[in-house]
Ligand binder design. Structure first.
Ligand code: APR
Length: 306
């Protein structure tokens, strides 16, 4: 069974995509009474129309995640205009604590993925609260940022996004590190396909994509994260061992220790099966390590709140 904690926009989008793939039965859990149950009912009707062979149930009680081998945490507050960075951290820290403790109690063998922001910091927090082996906690980040980069490159070059191999590492969010030198189309690095000004434009479009969506429609992205979560869940459930840029625990790789940060990782039935070390040049490595240091400062703040 797959449990999705947080039946908000991202959680429900993930449920739709996971249902369509028939990966497993789904339990949606939310703190707001009726929300998860209502969504599950609607999704159940969707599954009926599509002829999907899975059950979808909704609950207001963490206990109902019992028996899950995969828990996807999409519970969290997006930042509001009147909220400081610290307010957001505090609010989401409370959520991570409650959800992490529930996972530890009711789904002690599960692999956990999360989208709660600030992502890399919250991944560390969830890992700490559960006490799980680091390989069983995975932050959802690079698939979204990379998916957006591939989209803009594909539009620019007139190729399919499926033929673009984007490379986006480091902190999730505005401080993400796009690496054009290690972004490939048909084996050619982006830096050899377009001029410097175009590389800059593509980077900016990618970094700005999340903000742009909010500006246009008033709320943050959910379809793309839902899709990303579903393909990652598929790799874990079917032990496909596909490579996804994810926020994972580093223990010396890239010269970084004790931080969750975005890098390419092989995902399979054990969670993070392997972490790949990219051939970063000196400048890229420096930027990555600074990104890790920034996350670490956030983690130190978070740990005081847990
Ligand atoms: N346990 C379960 N559900 C919770 C909890 C909790 N402790 N706290 C909040 N929730 C639920 C809310 O009731 C809401 O239904 O999480 C849901 C969040 O949904 P949305 O507000 O629609 O937010 P969404 O856009 O889905 O984003 C969720 O992912 O991308 C990140 O920054 C984003 O942290 C945010 C998270």
């Amino acid at each position: 069974m797959i449990t999705i904690v947080g039946a908000g926009k991202v959680g429900v989008s993930a449920a739709v995509q996971i249902a369509v793939k028939e990966l497993d039965d789904i339990t949606l859990i939310d703190v707001i009474p009726g929300r998860a149950e209502g969504e599950a009912l609607d999704l159940g009707h969707m599954a009926s129309i599509l002829g999907l062979s899975i059950d979808i149930r909704g609950s207001n009680d963490y206990k109902d995640m019992a028996g899950s081998d995969l828990v996807i945490v999409t519970a969290g507050f997006p930042r509001k205009a009147d909220m400081t960075r610290e307010d957001l951290l505090r609010k989401n820290a409370e959520i991570i604590k409650a959800v992490g403790e529930a996972i530890k109690e009711y789904a002690p063998n599960a692999i956990v993925m999360l989208t709660t922001n600030p992502l890399d910091i919250m991944a560390y927090g969830l890992w700490k609260v559960t006490g799980f082996e680091p390989r069983r906690v995975i932050g959802f980040a690079g698939v979204l940022d990379g998916g957006r980069l591939a989209y803009y490159i594909a539009k620019e070059l007139g190729v399919s996004p499926a033929s673009v191999q984007p490379c986006v590492i480091g902190q999730h969010g505005k401080a993400m590190i796009v690496v054009p030198r290690l972004t490939f189309v048909g084996g050619k690095p982006l830096t050899e396909l377009v001029d410097e000004a175009t590389v800059k434009k593509l980077k900016e479009l990618t970094v700005d994509a999340g903000r742009k969506i909010i500006e246009l429609r008033g709320w943050s992205s959910n379809h793309a994260p839902g899709a990303g979560l579903a393909v990652m869940a598929e790799s874990i459930k079917k032990d496909q061992k596909k490579v996804f840029y994810s926020s994972v625990y580093l223990d010396g790789q890239y010269g970084v220790k004790d931080v969750f940060i975005g890098v390419p990782a092989v995902l399979g039935k054990n969670g993070v099966e392997r972490i790949l070390e990219l051939p970063l040049n000196e400048e890229e490595l420096k930027e990555f390590q600074e990104s890790a240091a920034a996350i670490r400062r956030g983690v130190d703040e978070l740990l005081k709140m847990l």
